[in-house]
Design a protein around this ligand. Structure first.
Ligand SMILES: [Cu+2]
Length: 114
């Protein structure tokens, strides 16, 4: 075996071990995807968003009014978001995650993770 071949085998082995370690970690995003929810005119859009496990959802406040993004189950809770401020959360477990704005509790939305 030449030195070059040994080097390649070593590299391939390292990459495979790294991939196995990543695959064994459930918190790693399936595809690193992100999805957007727009907050505008006192509503979340889309009101129900369906994503795959590992997706980072980014809420952006496009309203002139401060809002929050709060899970009543305590899964996530944003600070007060002013105009154009963002809040993001990565969903690592399948399930249905309702949320609301604590400033305006009638504003509700839902993330479905599958
Ligand atoms: Cu609000």
């Amino acid at each position: 075996m030449t030195t070059k071949k040994i080097w390649i085998v070593g590299l391939v082995t390292t990459v495979m071990i790294a991939l196995m370690l990543l695959a064994g970690t459930p918190s790693v995003a399936a595809n690193g995807a992100s999805a957007d929810v727009k907050i505008d005119n006192f509503s979340f859009g889309p009101q129900t968003l369906t994503v795959s496990v590992g997706t980072t959802v980014v809420w952006t406040n496009r309203d002139d009014i401060p809002h929050t993004v709060v899970s009543p189950d305590g899964v996530f809770k944003s600070k007060v978001r002013d105009t154009d401020e963002k809040f993001s959360y990565t969903f690592i477990k399948a399930g249905t995650y309702p949320y609301f704005c604590s400033v305006h509790p009638k504003m509700t939305g839902k993330i479905v993770v599958q």
